[in-house]
Design a protein around this ligand. Structure first.
Ligand SMILES: Nc1nc2c(c(=O)[nH]1)N[C@H]1C(S)=C(S)[C@@H](COP(=O)(O)O)O[C@H]1N2
Ligand SMILES: [Mo]
Length: 355
């Protein structure tokens, strides 16, 4: 069970984070592409004031021709559009007991949008990145203090990852200019990776000769001990979620009939979803659901199934995804110091209450 609210001990910082950021309301899993206003949202700091008329993207470091690109420059380059499922690496964090601190996500820190922009590889070719560069560093216009460290939001990608054709510098989301909260006027989109890689409010790109080790790099690690570094977080683990059946109730979702149709989404950052299972007895037994085509090569797949509840009463429904690499979801949460990558199978309490 999720920890009782009393045990969570949210700090003021956790509250501030929870109130300015938000999840996808799970009923919005019904949309192939999440309407912009329902897309989950996360920013570490304030939404920065960026004037898109005077904005430019500076590309430098180990490149032959450092450049400065305005929004018009980007718009004149060949563009591509892609449906991409983004998920926050902290999704599922509040399901951990004790709560590790940080943005107290339940399971809805995931969404899918159609991003349109310029291929990063195209821009990197234009400035001619030196063969000595091992990483590309991306800097956002936002700034703040986290754990005592004043910083700009910065993340890097190995040059090999940055050169993937599907990494975008996006200036449109779902057919409109990027809204302020999602990174206006342009942001990075790294398909398959957890959201922290997709730097918003992008202002600077630098090719560097040594691996970047800024705050937002080392703080996205799976650590079992706060002071011992662990694996860096990259691609999304598989996860399935269902559209909550029935109507909201006091002790879970209230359903009226014994036959409950289930639909949802499932995704993984490394390969396609090959299997989704559902359970109505809290994970004792599982049934296969049907998996549909993904919304795009880098986006979630729909799934649908059904359960037949034998008698009125309380049930716990669960879903579980497996990807083509054979990776699946654990039935119990896995802990780490900062509460990342908790892809435990969802638990959806349901009360079958016939009229
Ligand atoms: N500049 C900047 N980029 C950022 C962040 C941020 O705080 N600043 N947050 C990251 C994190 S942790 C996530 S999960 C995604 C969220 O993207 P969204 O708000 O568009 O859904 O943005 C990423 N890019
Ligand atoms: Mo995130």
């Amino acid at each position: 069970m999720p920890p009782a609210p009393d045990d969570r001990r949210f700090t003021d910082d956790d509250m501030q984070s929870a109130l300015r950021n938000r999840e996808l309301p799970l009923e919005a899993l019904r949309y192939d592409v999440t309407p912009t206003g329902l897309h989950y949202l996360l920013g570490h700091f304030d939404i920065p004031a960026v004037n898109q008329d005077s904005w430019s993207l500076e590309i430098g470091g180990l490149v032959a021709r450092p450049g400065s690109f305005t929004l018009d420059d980007l718009r004149q380059m060949p563009s591509s559009s892609m449906a991409v499922t983004l998920e926050c690496a902290g999704n599922g964090r509040s399901l951990l007991d004790p709560f590790p601190g940080g943005q107290p996500w339940r399971s809805g820190a995931v969404s899918t949008a159609v991003w349109n922009g310029v291929s990063l590889a195209h821009l990197l070719q234009a400035v001619e990145v030196s063969s000595e560069a091992v990483e590309i560093v991306f800097t956002g216009a936002d700034r703040g203090v986290e754990d005592g460290v004043e910083q700009r939001f910065q993340r890097s990608l190995p040059t090999r990852e940055a050169a993937q054709a599907d990494v975008l510098i996006a200036y449109e989301m779902n057919g409109e200019s990027l809204p302020p909260q999602h990174g206006s006027p342009a942001r990075l989109i790294v398909p398959g990776w957890y959201g922290m890689a997709s730097v918003k409010w992008l202002v600077e790109i630098d090719a560097v000769s040594t691996p970047f080790d800024g705050f937002q790099q080392w703080s996205y690690e799976i650590r079992q001990d706060e002071n011992v570094s662990g694996e860096r977080i990259t691609r999304m683990l598989p996860r399935a979620l269902m559209e909550p059946p029935g109507i909201p109730g006091d002790a879970g979702r209230r359903v009226r009939g014994a036959d409950v149709a289930l639909r949802g989404r499932a995704w993984s950052g490394t390969s396609g979803i090959v299997r989704v299972e559902v359970s109505m007895d809290d994970g004792e037994t599982w049934f296969d659901a049907a998996v549909g085509q993904p919304v795009g090569p880098k986006a979630w797949s729909g799934w649908h199934g059904a359960v037949e509840l034998p008698r009125p009463g309380d049930y716990v429904l669960r879903s579980r995804a497996t990807d083509a690499d054979g990776r699946t979801q654990p039935t119990e949460p896995r802990r780490n110091v900062w509460g990342y990558q908790n892809n435990v199978c969802e638990r959806v309490p349901v009360v079958f209450a016939p009229e």
